[in-house]
Ligand binder design. Structure first.
Ligand code: ARG
Ligand code: ZN
Length: 876
């Protein structure tokens, strides 16, 4: 059923202490719990205790050491209800579970040779009966018992306080976590893993042991995560004054994991893909992801663990804030502009679409059926944008005062997004009542802006109106407060700004707070080009009718990196769209020279610029973004047009591209730092264009790079271009390269995943057949989420041209995979449905087929709440 925020109530009972004992076994694992419980003040005597529990076998139940009579309790599929309880008591409960059969990867499960847990959001209830809700915070003591030979390593949260050997080759370790926490932060690991150890001295001089547990074969892939962790710990001290609070910080790498990683107190559990990194096997992008995720989980220790969420409607309280924190960390460690552009790309190509679809929800949702479905781009990325707006509205010093107040006031508590905003209002004296709509309204607001220069008055008037489309359950939108950072670009750079007689420097943040309003700049000495939404100052769509000359001017002369990049994007979008229209009508028109001129200028000046920015500015908008921009996307036409423009760039700028390629081949020793990453990205952007040239030398260039590469970024760039090339001689060269790659890397699961991804994402005809063949390959495993993501999700979400084949076969395929995964792993099943939920955005013939696939899923037996919610909301 649906759960509503407005129904929130505190529980009838609290749990002050939790004692757990795990007796891990090949089957019939036993969990013994002893809970110290207290009736909440104000709750009536004899009030029921309703504990959560799913897929548990109850072996015994005692209150204050006495068996609870059958008449005093009842059990159903989701709960254990006990009646007639005193105000304070000890509840002892023994349950039996089957982690070896747990394919949902939620609760306690097995991954390869280890036992591990994932409890967020509601997995703890698959371990034992409990008040599995984040406002119930308890101190945990955990004993883990297992076979000593198979599981020499026994871990849980906090500090080890006891250990010893037991009969029959068993041993145990007892862990005590001194910090109160909700059950979702609990973790247990039993494994035989290798350890990489380092240490960190906190700002107050305490020594923390940093421990990274991986399979022995991965010991050479730990340096980057360890360095990232130390950098993150230092950064959080300097930037937020936050210090780590336990003597040990552990990270365990796990191969089977539903998400990226989990911030369990003192014992993070990571998807191997988010922790292992080494130059030969890991791309630059993956190195940066490791850095970001390690930091993200570390930052949760304060934004999430010390101060946690009252209920799951508040998820963005910890996730939005923590993503903002990790984004700023990554920006500081690398190129901030590149990082910002990547964030915008993700928002525009995926979050905006989510916010316009049937699952659209505010960053603080008002209701949900299954919370696992709300670990979304909206909660995380839009949530981070909202925190960023707050930080910008306050400025650095006040924002720090606000976060200090928040951490101090709510330490050890479970709180709400309102509590967070109230701290910001309190320290700044600002009124956040209008801003609050960012929390309770779904949908992407749109700004429509026009500008008029009056030469006689020397004024420039920006007219701004805002709107926000209806979203499910929210027909009429209120007026948002939208901070729009603005500058005016003149012939020789930025013009000084005067508003209402006040000098505002060269950049000002206009507070757009009405449905429509005007801002009049004074003393404007020439007709300017407005630079709007600088550094993407709000997560909105912005329309301004720029001419191509104006876009060229911004791309060349604006000093805001995001706006320069965005100008190139807008130019490319215009040009691809006009090509798409022509293609659909069967006409051939030449590619407008403005884009070629701009890229030529960029390449000509590449040495003087941030090379990563040049690489991004010369790359065309993704097909996903082009689809997102169109009302009813003509995918075939967009793809054909995009390829035509790419080819034109390759042909026209061939020699410049080749020069730029060669001058960025490096002989320096590999480092995953900003400078080298930028250089490789520029080189590989050139390679990608050059690979389109219809001659043998293109293939030879790819083969040469593939053979000479000493790092996975260059290897994958060559392989990816090769796989996507369809020249007359490409076929056998392609197969050779794919075979060679597989043979070289078949022992490395994460590398094999990249091999799967590049094939599943290939936009050439015949995609579905290739994907079906990959699923028969020994490297594929439907039970491993990384494999499912690499093949099924990449094909359905990132290979639009094949997935949306007009015969509907892609939709049919996805429906089958969802139905299969619904039985095995509902979270993953629900997640991969996303491309089908967008059916309203397609022409009727396609939309009908997509709907039919959704209906087919709806008719399948045993639908999980995860799949049911996504499908039912998509169909209504
Ligand atoms: N809190 C984790 C993170 O963002 C995400 C884990 C959520 N897991 C899940 N199965 N819903 O760092
Ligand atoms: Zn998180």
């Amino acid at each position: 059923g649906t759960i509503y925020l407005k129904d929130y109530q505190q529980p009838n009972y609290w749990i002050s202490e939790t004692h757990l004992r795990f007796e891990l076994a090949d089957s019939d694992t036993v969990v013994r719990s002893r809970l110290s419980m207290q009736r909440r003040d104000g709750v009536a005597e004899g009030a029921e205790l309703v504990l959560h529990g799913v897929e548990l076998t109850l072996l015994s139940l005692l209150v204050n050491g006495v068996d609870v009579d059958q008449s005093q309790y009842s059990v159903d599929e989701q709960t254990l209800t006990i009646r007639g309880l005193p105000a304070q008591f000890e509840l002892e409960c023994v349950t039996q579970i089957q982690p070896q059969d747990n394919t949902s990867l939620e609760g306690l499960y097995q991954s390869r040779t280890m036992f591990c847990t994932q409890c967020e959001a509601e997995g703890f209830r698959k371990i034992t009966y409990y008040l599995d809700r984040p406002d119930v915070m308890s101190v945990f003591t955990t004993t883990v018992v297992a076979d000593k030979a198979k599981y020499p390593l026994l871990l849980s949260n906090g500090n080890p306080v006891d250990r010893g050997d037991l009969a029959d080759g068993q041993h145990f370790v007892t862990w005590q976590d001194p910090f109160k926490k909700p059950a979702y932060l609990f973790a247990v690991v039993a494994a035989d893993l290798a350890l990489v150890e380092d240490s960190f001295t906190t700002m107050s001089g305490r020594e923390v042991s940093l421990q990274l547990f991986v399979e022995p074969k991965d010991l050479d892939k730990c340096d980057h995560a360890m360095l990232s962790l130390k950098n993150a710990m230092r950064w959080d001290e300097t930037t937020y004054g936050r210090e780590y609070d336990l003597g040990i910080y552990m990270i365990v790498a796990v191969d089977d994991f539903n998400m990226g990683a989990m911030e369990n107190k003192g014992l993070n559990i990571f998807n191997t893909s988010c922790v292992l990194a080494e130059q030969k096997t890991t791309t630059d992008a993956a190195f940066q992801r490791v850095e970001g995720v390690v930091a993200h989980e570390y930052f949760h220790n304060w934004s999430g663990n010390r101060v946690t969420c009252r209920d799951w409607f508040q998820l963005s309280l910890k996730e939005g804030f923590t993503v903002y924190r990790d984004a700023e960390f990554s920006a500081d460690m690398n190129s901030p502009t590149v990082k910002r552009v990547e964030e915008v790309q993700l928002l525009r190509s995926a979050q905006f679409a989510e916010d316009a679809g049937p699952m659209a929800h505010p960053i603080r949702p008002a209701s949900f059926i299954e919370i696992s479905n709300f670990y979304t781009l909206t909660i995380y990325e839009k949530g981070a944008e909202v925190v960023r707006m707050i930080a910008n509205l306050l400025g650095e010093d006040l924002f720090r005062q606000g976060t200090d107040l928040y951490f101090d006031r709510f330490d050890g508590q479970a709180v709400t997004t309102d509590d967070f905003v109230a701290c910001m209002a309190e320290v700044s004296g600002q009124d956040f009542s209008q801003f609050q709509h960012w929390y309770d309204q779904a949908g992407t607001p749109q700004l429509d802006v026009s500008g008029e220069y009056n030469a006689a008055d020397k004024t420039y008037t920006l007219s701004v109106s805002q709107s926000c489309p209806a979203t499910p359950g929210q027909a009429d939108k209120p007026v948002f407060l939208i901070p729009m950072a603005t500058a005016l670009v003149g012939r020789d750079g930025l013009l000084p700004l005067t508003l209402n007689g006040v000098d505002c420097g060269e950049e000002t943040v206009l507070a757009v707070d009405q449905q429509s309003q005007q801002f009049v700049f004074e003393n404007v000495t020439e007709a300017p080009v407005p630079s709007l939404l600088r550094n993407f100052s709000a997560p909105v769509k912005l329309r301004f009718d720029y001419s191509r000359e104006q876009l060229l001017m911004l791309a060349a002369r604006d000093n805001d990196g995001f706006c320069r990049w965005d100008a190139m994007q807008q130019l490319a979008v215009q040009i691809i769209n006009e090509q798409a229209v022509a293609w659909r009508q069967g006409e051939a028109i030449s590619v407008d020279s403005s884009l070629l001129t701009a890229i030529r200028a960029l390449l000509g000046d590449a040495e003087a610029n941030d090379k990563a920015m040049v690489a991004m500015m010369m790359s065309l908008p993704s097909l996903a973004y082009l689809i997102e921009l169109s009302q009813q996307a003509d995918i075939e036409a967009l793809q054909a047009a995009r390829e035509k423009v790419r080819l034109a760039i390759a042909v026209e700028l061939q020699s410049l591209l080749l020069d730029c390629y060669h001058s960025n081949v490096s002989t320096d020793e590999y480092r995953p730092d900003a400078t080298q990453i930028a250089q490789r990205s520029l080189k590989n952007a050139c390679l990608s264009y050059l690979s389109l040239l219809p001659d043998q030398s293109a293939i030879e260039l790819l083969q040469q790079q593939y053979q000479q590469a000493d790092n996975m970024t260059d290897t994958m760039a060559a392989l990816s271009a090769m796989v996507n090339s369809d020249g007359p001689n490409a076929a056998s060269a392609k197969q050779d390269m794919l075979d060679d790659f597989y043979h070289r890397w078949q022992q490395e699961a994460l590398v094999v995943n990249q091999w799967l991804q590049v094939q599943a994402g290939c936009g050439l005809a015949g995609g579905l057949d290739r994907v079906k063949a990959l699923m028969q390959h020994p490297a594929f495993d439907i039970k491993n989420p990384n494999k499912v993501r690499s093949v099924v999700a990449v094909f359905c979400a990132q290979n639009a041209i094949n997935f949306h084949h007009s015969d509907g076969s892609g939709y049919q395929f996805l429906a089958e995979q969802v139905i299969r995964l619904n039985e095995l792993n509902p979270q993953i099943a629900a997640r991969i449905i996303t491309p089908l939920t967008k059916w309203r955005r397609f022409a009727p013939a396609q939309a009908d087929n997509m709907q039919a696939a959704l209906k087919q899923i709806m008719a399948a037996p045993n639908l999980s709440s995860d799949v049911y919610e996504v499908v039912s909301k998509s169909l209504t």
